[in-house]
Design a protein around this ligand. Structure first.
Ligand SMILES: [Ca+2]
Length: 338
């Protein structure tokens, strides 16, 4: 696993994301695009309207002056070729409040990923914070590129009961969204000779920012207000869904940023090497610790305060970059009129 040490060159990464639905992908992208310890080589999108997701990525990268980062649009459905029966790939709000660039030709994700891996002088870490389809498709089609991958770091799976304090929210066999969206991709990746790090949801389900973090984000120039509004849109959409099913209040979780921030700062996480297997069918897939599983590096503990600070720092750094890009005018649509 690449660990950054002061003075070393930044770690080359790509971010494969279902940006646009849960706002935590946006926070992951911001950390990836601004942390000096990381060298973001590409962003690729997965699951549902991947062209729209790619346009959102392009808009955010352009705001940050990262016009150098290529964006690819990936698989709309999983490796089965069919839309998932129980996992929605869109909540309908994707792109709201984002100053989207015009629709142009966007290259396929696997093409962008293959180009980045092929051209890289050192192995690249694939950060997968959505369904695993693009990554599996790439490495199944181009096994020659396996040597160019430092590791696949994914947000997904569940290895222990999910608890909030003493309250049991879900059992350890919980069918986590990212892996369940494309079970075949998970099975394929687990069978590949590529190092894997898993940040499972039993660990990330307790990672929440504070209200002071939200204020710090909102105060970080027009870009911070844009991020804060994206958070508000997501929480509103999520709250409508939760209310319909009579469940708890919508909260913001720092699932996806953990994958990226922990790569920049390994001190944020404590990992264990565990044997992990996948069980289940298309509708319900669980990751389990099993003697016949394959060895993965599993995140078991997180420095929550450290992660919160890394995310706020990322937004502040992004605001500075965005300010340099455009110190006089706010891009149309970046912030709704108040
Ligand atoms: Ca995601």
């Amino acid at each position: 696993m690449p660990h950054h040490v002061a003075g070393e060159s930044p770690i080359p990464i790509v971010l494969d994301t279902d940006l646009g639905t849960d706002v935590d992908d946006l926070l992951a992208l911001i950390v990836a695009a601004t942390d000096a310890r990381l060298d973001l080589r590409a962003v690729t999108t997965v699951n549902g309207d991947t062209v729209l997701r790619a346009r959102i990525a392009r808009a955010v990268l352009d705001m940050l002056g990262r016009t150098d980062v290529p964006v690819g649009a990936g698989a709309r459905v999983g490796l089965s070729g069919q839309p998932h029966e129980t996992m929605p790939n869109s909540f309908g709000h994707e792109g709201r409040g984002v100053p989207l660039p015009p629709v142009t030709e966007i290259p396929p994700a696997t093409e962008v990923l293959a180009d980045v891996l092929g051209a890289a002088g050192q192995p690249v870490t694939l950060c997968a914070v959505g369904a695993l389809t693009n990554v599996a498709q790439l490495l199944m089609g181009r096994p020659d590129l396996l040597d160019h991958v430092a590791g696949v770091h994914l947000l997904g799976g569940c290895l222990a009961p999910i608890r909030w304090g003493r309250v049991l929210l879900a059992d350890a066999d919980f069918a986590e969204y990212n892996v369940s969206c494309d079970p075949l991709a998970l099975f394929a990746l687990l069978a590949m000779p590529v190092p894997m790090r898993i940040a499972p949801i039993d660990v990330t389900a307790s990672l929440r920012p504070t209200s002071a973090d939200r204020r710090a984000i909102a105060d970080a120039s027009w870009f911070g207000r844009f991020v804060d509004e994206q958070i508000a849109i997501w929480l509103e959409v999520l709250q409508e869904r939760l209310a319909a099913s009579g469940r708890r209040r919508a909260e913001l979780y720092l699932h996806d940023p953990l994958v990226v921030a922990a790569l920049a700062d390994p001190a944020l996480i404590t990992c264990e090497m565990l044997r992990v297997a996948a069980r289940g069918t298309a509708g319900k897939v669980s990751t389990i610790i099993s003697a016949d599983g394959r060895v993965v590096e599993a995140v078991r503990q997180v420095d929550t305060d450290g992660l919160r600070k890394a995310v706020v720092r990322g937004v502040c750094a992004a605001s500075l970059r965005a300010g340099v890009q455009d110190s006089r005018t706010v891009p149309a649509g970046a912030v709704s009129p108040s």
